[in-house]
Design a protein around this ligand. Structure first.
Ligand code: BDR
Ligand code: CA
Length: 308
């Protein structure tokens, strides 16, 4: 399966990198970075460091959008730390990002592999939106997009009603929703059930030491954030769930929904609205993961990480 990873690493993004490295079913074509959890420059640095940690230097990393399409830049350093990787410290990367920017690399790779590429978006979707704005015909050549994004019934983690990736660039998400691309959404409704705790870290005994240490140090920060700001024990590992369902879709239960996004709400900007009872009469435009086999996912994550 050919996949482009579009990402804003980010602690849970980093866990998705690790899981993808342990998923031989996935052939990563490129890693594209975006603003999101921190600035795009720091996200690119983190992506390069993770690529070296995981020995994936053959995969091109392209830096992407520095800011959202319309609104001002947000970063989430209280959630992911100043560097974006919590308490983990990785050596400076020797490799560099490629010259092409993210949107252009997405365009080139999709054109070279029509209807074969899945784009896994685990950050704000600005890069895809820019690619579609530049080349509208691309939407017919992207096999599908899997996006960790939004919330349907669960409280928002960015505002009371919006999820962080969508909150960062709602106009970009609106473009994706209206693109007609085969779209899978993995919202907080499922990811916030997947709470990674110290007991999961302990189950990683025997995993490759530098990877286990990285997971331990990065998630320690993420757990402190969840405890202090959200009163939650453990940390929601949103992004790896979106990666896992590429090869194990049975971990979640999907509903087909017509999904819209609020762009100008007084309190609800960036909130997704899913038409559960088909009240709009509009055809579904997304497959939304609404239930998850939490233990199945945690077992999958831990077992795969231990294969590295
Ligand atoms: C999403 O926002 C980011 O903070 C995480 O990396 C994840 O992609 C969760 O709302
Ligand atoms: Ca992310």
């Amino acid at each position: 399966m050919k996949v482009i990873l579009d990402t804003d690493p980010g602690i849970d993004d980093a866990l998705a990198f690790i899981l993808l490295r342990a998923m031989p079913e996935v052939c990563l074509q490129a890693i594209t970075t975006t603003h999101g959890n921190t600035t795009v420059q720091k996200c690119t640095d983190n992506a390069l460091k993770l690529v070296e940690l995981l020995g994936m230097q053959d995969i091109p990393v392209a830096e992407g959008a520095h800011e959202p399409l319309v609104k001002a830049l947000s970063v989430a350093e209280e959630t992911h730390g100043d560097t974006g990787l919590g308490h983990a410290v990785l050596p400076s990367a020797k490799i560099k990002a490629v010259d092409s920017n993210a949107a252009n690399l997405i365009i080139d790779l999709v054109n070279a592999n029509p209807n074969e590429i899945t784009i896994l978006c685990i950050g704000p979707v600005t890069n895809i939106a820019l690619a579609l704005l530049k080349e509208p015909g691309l939407r017919k050549k992207i096999k599908n997009v899997v996006s960790m994004a939004g919330t349907i019934h669960y409280p928002g983690n960015a505002t009371p009603s919006s999820e962080y990736n969508v909150f960062c660039d709602p106009e970009a998400f609106d473009i994706l929703l209206r693109s007609g691309i085969d779209l899978t959404i993995v919202p907080l409704d499922v990811t916030y059930k997947c709470l990674f705790t110290k007991s999961h870290v302990e189950r990683l005994a025997g995993a490759k030491e530098d990877i286990r240490n990285f997971i331990d140090r990065s998630t320690a920060f993420y757990m402190e954030f969840h405890a202090e700001y959200q009163g939650i024990e453990g940390c929601a590992i949103n992004d790896p769930l979106a990666a896992a369902i590429l090869v194990k879709p049975e971990l979640v239960t999907f509903r087909d929904y017509y999904v819209d996004i609020e762009l100008h709400g007084e309190f609800t900007t960036a909130k997704l609205s899913a038409d559960h009872f088909a009240a709009t009469g509009k055809a579904p435009n997304a497959k939304v993961a609404m239930e998850v086999d939490v233990d199945g996912f945690m077992d999958f994550f831990i077992e795969r990480v231990k294969t590295l």
